[in-house]
Design a protein around this ligand. Structure first.
Ligand code: GLA
Length: 381
């Protein structure tokens, strides 16, 4: 066990540069970690119980490790408890633990506050109980907690970013193979800034819509004779999609061909956009050149994947009109945040333009900040 049986760990939220709704299609992603984290102070106990507190929530939850399956814990506590449960399920016993959480990752902004909670707890338990858990398994433990105990059917983008990102870099991850590379991402060095606009829009309906997108992507892959949409690299292939060609599916497909073509088109073209951005950054191209690729991602998410909303569209459009090289929604969609690539000395002007557009439209005021790639999960004390 870790010295003294206690310590403090931190894990960050993330923003994805490009590669949206590609992770659960075995594709590519390119996130950075944000300087906002969730801190988890953890101390071992020997009585078989888990205690969870959060500085941002009222009340304290205490549950027997053996009773986690049926526990009726409040929503916020299910993220840390789900991680404890996942360790136990995988044969890493937890003799008891107190978890005290404190965080500054904006909640509901599409910046992965939930993955930050899960990953801070996952690294805390690994170190506290000296378990030889590789990063890949740690990420999977955090994802499984969210999928199975919280009930959100996410992929592994957020947890991978929270654990694997490093300061000054974007993480290029190939979800199919697990291959990854740290891509230098120093916009300030070339006079640029990456603005994050939190639109202050709740993710209405996101859970059901997210699950529907996953199912539509799986149906599209099946209709194209592929195990996943990652296997389709030629966008022209997508236009050949006909569900009637799937054995036994004729006339019974729950979605029409055109809808599935659109969903597949987004994923296939988005994977190509990630590769184009990584190639530009690796070959030392001017990062301004990735702006139009970011905007193309937004158009694809809005028109083909249908996960945008008026506030996200307004933020991306107002930022571009005010001089951003490119802008796009990030995360699952239906609310949350937009990123915009801007000249550093235009950041204020672009933020003001977005705020003005929101005020004119009667939307809640947005919150804008400049993001610099920060470090992934780590021990603090
Ligand atoms: C959410 C999910 C991720 C990913 C994104 C969309 O953030 O948690 O797994 O699918 O949406 O790219």
């Amino acid at each position: 066990m870790s010295a003294g049986g206690r310590g403090v760990w931190a894990a960050p939220g993330r923003v994805n540069i490009i590669g949206e709704h590609t992770d659960y299609n075995n594709g590519y992603v390119l996130p950075i970690a944000l300087p906002f984290t969730v801190r988890c102070a953890a101390s071992a106990r020997a009585d078989g119980r888990v205690g969870v507190r959060s500085r941002q929530r009222a009340g304290e939850v205490a549950v027997a490790v053996d009773d986690l399956d049926g526990a009726r814990a409040p929503g916020w506590a299910r993220y840390p408890l789900g991680v404890v449960r996942e360790y136990v399920k995988r044969g890493y016993p937890i003799p008891g633990v107190d978890l005290s959480l404190d965080g500054d990752v904006p909640v509901g902004a599409g910046l992965s506050s939930s993955a930050a909670v899960e990953c801070s707890v996952a690294v805390a338990l690994r170190d506290l109980f000296d378990y030889a858990v590789a990063d890949e398994e740690l990420i999977d433990i955090a994802r499984a907690a969210e999928n199975d105990y919280v009930g959100a059917p996410t992929g592994i983008l957020d947890q991978s970013a929270s654990v694997l990102c490093t300061a000054g870099h974007a993480l290029f991850l190939d979800v199919a193979t697990g291959d990854r590379a740290q891509i230098p991402f120093d916009l300030a060095a070339v006079g640029l800034a990456l603005l994050v606009v939190d639109t202050n829009t709740p993710h209405a309906l996101v859970d059901g819509e997210y699950a529907a997108r996953r199912a539509q992507c799986e149906a599209a892959a099946a209709a194209l004779g592929a195990a996943s949409l990652r296997e389709i690299t030629d966008a022209a292939e997508v236009e050949k999609l006909h569900t009637a060609t799937v054995d036994g599916q004729e006339g019974t497909a729950p979605w029409d061909d055109e809808l599935l073509r659109r969903r597949a088109r987004h994923v296939v073209t988005e994977n190509a956009r990630v590769l184009a951005v990584v190639d530009a950054l690796r070959t030392g191209a001017d990062p301004r050149a990735i702006g139009p690729v970011l905007s193309a991602s937004h158009t694809s998410l809005r028109d083909d994947f249908a996960v945008s909303c008026p506030q996200l569209d307004a933020a991306a459009d107002a930022a571009t009109a005010a001089g951003a090289y490119g802008a796009r929604m990030v995360g699952g969609g239906f609310g949350g945040s937009v990123i915009a690539l801007v000249e550093a000395d235009r950041a204020e002007v672009v933020s003001a333009a977005v705020a003005d557009r929101f005020a004119a439209a009667g939307f809640a005021a947005p919150r804008t900040f400049a993001a610099v790639p920060a470090a992934g999960a780590r021990r603090l004390e």
